[in-house]
Design a protein around this ligand. Structure first.
Ligand code: HAM
Length: 422
């Protein structure tokens, strides 16, 4: 048998029920905050990601040449495609442009629990604002989202890449070499980071200062005594977000992010119960537009790992399954099938999910199917009842049966479903 591709997944109807539940929540929260939904293609020109996505993403990228000789890639993330889309089609929209999408991304990583080659991101971007309120809004949205998903133990870690970059500038580490250092810090490889600085003959005191700064974490008091525009900006973002109910946020100056396009505030959110792949969100402010031939524009954003949200909710036991079927209609004899089909049609028009028997089964077998399918009600169209223009309505939970006039049976079901949903 042909197998599915390693690192990809199929989703059963029950799994899709849970995924839709989470997506509906993401959709409603994005709308409440005034974000607008977009979609971009799965394939892009590879160069879109080559410029600034950082070595990790590039090594993991699915890229290939198409029949026309174009170098293409399956998107490893959504920020670069969103900025490309903004530059080509949305640059005359009123600012800030607040966009969101849930889409699949692809990275050639070693698959394990919580890490896949095809995974989904809930991506949120704010284009056009360089104010601390924009970064603070992302943190507020993220905190709201975690609360509504029922994730209690999440931890936020917030830094600002400008702080370390300014120190590297002062130590004369060229900009193009700085990302190498930041990647080591991102991976928490402090020994290698120290060697990196030693290899560039950075003054020992300056090197110590840089490494100590990268190791700083705690509440906002860790910024006491520190000066500079980046520090002030970070302080303002954290105080704004905390005053709007995010709860206490951890500042961690070692958060510098794996992608190379970040320029300002950066943050990561962990759900520790997920173990090794505990990072559920990453984001921050970035510069990508000039790289794609556009004008510099202040931008900030974040992406939640959708699949990791699902895993965390599964563990918390708050994930629903498939929506049950409301109604299954069956006919007691061949000649009554059109009546059964008509009743299912009338039910659907009233928002009731309804199926009729497509297998021409016997009554008992059809009833068994309705029961395994989880139908809440069945309607049985029988000869005897037909004579009095009635049908049998069976409650599949209680087993109770009533004879109901055909013309009101779907209204009756709708009413009972409403009462049941309370
Ligand atoms: P990222 O940190 O590379 O950031 O990815 C965001 C989230 O996607 C991660 O925190 C993680 O939850 C999830 N994720 C990443 N790789 C995988 C995988 N292989 N399997 C399952 N989940 C995964 C970005 O992609 C940036 N574009 C975020 C951003 C938006 N920055 C600004 N705007």
């Amino acid at each position: 048998m042909i197998q599915r591709v390693r690192g990809t997944r199929d989703f059963t109807p029950a799994e899709m029920g849970g995924r839709r539940q989470v997506e509906d929540l993401l959709r409603s929260i994005a709308r409440e905050y005034g974000y607008r939904e977009i979609q971009t293609p799965v394939i892009e020109n590879a160069e879109l990601f080559i410029a600034k996505s950082g070595p990790a993403v590039l090594e993991e990228m699915y890229s290939f040449e198409d029949r026309g000789g174009r170098q293409l890639a399956l998107r490893p993330e959504l920020t670069a495609p969103v900025v490309r889309f903004y530059l080509s089609d949305m640059s005359n929209y009123p600012m800030p442009l607040k966009l969101w999408c849930v889409s699949n991304c692809f990275r050639y990583e070693e698959p394990q629990a919580g890490r896949y080659r095809e995974f989904f991101q809930f991506d949120v971007e704010i284009i056009g604002s360089g104010a601390p309120e924009a970064d603070a809004e992302l943190l507020m949205l993220a905190s709201d989202l975690c609360r509504r998903l029922g994730l209690k133990e999440v931890s936020f870690r917030i830094g600002h890449v400008g702080i370390v970059r300014e120190m590297l500038d002062a130590a004369h580490v060229p900009r193009e070499e700085q990302s190498g250092f930041l990647h080591l810090i991102d991976k928490r490889r402090y020994g290698d980071a120290e060697n990196f600085l030693a290899g560039r003959r950075i003054d020992a005191d300056a090197a110590r200062g840089i490494l100590q700064t990268c190791a700083k974490h705690g509440d906002s008091s860790i910024l006491n005594g520190m000066r500079g525009a980046s520090v002030d900006y970070l302080r303002e973002v954290v105080s704004l977000a905390e005053s709007q109910g995010t709860g206490r946020l951890n500042i961690d100056l070692g958060v510098v992010r794996g992608l190379d396009y970040y320029t300002g505030v950066v943050f990561e959110i962990d759900a520790p119960e997920l173990g090794a792949e505990k990072q559920i969100c990453g984001g921050g402010s970035y510069s990508l537009a000039p790289l794609f031939g556009g004008k510099e524009i202040a931008s900030t954003g974040m992406a939640f790992g959708f699949d990791r949200l699902i895993l965390a909710m599964q563990r918390a036991g708050t994930l629903r399954g498939e929506e049950p079927l409301d109604l299954f209609v069956l006919a007691a004899s061949e000649t009554l099938r059109p009546d059964a089909i008509r009743i299912a049609g009338s039910a659907r028009g009233k928002g009731i999910t309804a199926e009729f028997d497509l297998m021409r089964r016997s009554m008992s077998k059809a009833l068994k199917y309705a029961s395994t399918r989880g139908a809440r009600f069945t309607v049985i169209v029988g000869e005897k009842e037909k004579a009095s223009e009635s049908v049998v309505l069976r409650d599949m939970v209680t087993g109770g049966q009533d004879i109901i006039p055909v013309r009101v049976v779907t209204d009756e079901i709708a009413q009972r479903l409403r009462a049941g949903r309370g």
